[in-house]
Design a protein around this ligand. Structure first.
Ligand code: FES
Ligand code: FES
Length: 175
């Protein structure tokens, strides 16, 4: 009898050798997973928890599509292991909105056409939120430099810079 792909996946997960319990705090909620220590944070988020907003582009630290915040700082989730972040506060794109109210950076990306296909967009938005919190230079040049780890194959860069600039100006004028 042929095994369906769904059954194979379920069996493979339960039989993973060397699985350990890992508890991650993501967007204010705790998730306990049984995973192998080698599982990346990106795969834990997408494949185990179902938070697929964080995208896998290159899976090797070159595109920034997988950017999440760990204790408020930007990190490529494809380059780090989930088990290394048990005591951290992890924020993904799903954690930015407050209910139906978009995060100001999400609203600004929409307003300024900061995306085309949208694949890089979650990483771009999370990275933009992180860079303002990090106190990066906020001239257009500074924004470009600080966002240089996030690649966009569609070339939506002018809209992205405009969105980041506007959110920064709003934050500054609101004190
Ligand atoms: S998927 Fe992580 S940097 Fe490209
Ligand atoms: S909007 Fe398509 S990759 Fe950036």
């Amino acid at each position: 009898m042929q095994t369906s792909p769904k059954t194979s996946t379920a069996v493979a997960k339960t039989l993973e050798p060397g699985s350990i319990d890992v508890t991650l705090r993501i967007n204010g909620k705790s998730h306990t997973l049984q995973i192998e220590p080698r599982v990346t944070l990106l795969d834990a988020l997408r494949e185990r928890i179902g938070l697929t907003g964080t995208k896998k582009g290159c899976d090797r630290g070159q595109c920034g599509a997988c950017t999440v915040l760990v204790d408020g700082r930007r990190i490529n989730s494809c380059l780090t292991l989930a088990v290394m972040h048990e005591d951290a506060e992890i924020t993904t794109i799903e954690g930015l909105a407050r209910g139906d109210e978009l995060h100001p950076m999400q609203a600004a990306f929409i307003k300024h056409d900061g995306f085309q296909c949208g694949y890089c967009t979650p990483g771009q938005i999370v990275s933009a939120v992180g860079l303002l919190a990090e106190g990066c230079p906020t001239s257009d040049e500074g924004i470009r430099e600080c966002m240089s780890g996030n690649l966009c194959r569609c070339g939506a860069y002018p809209g992205i810079v405009a969105a980041v600039r506007e959110v920064h100006q709003t934050q500054t004028s609101n004190g």
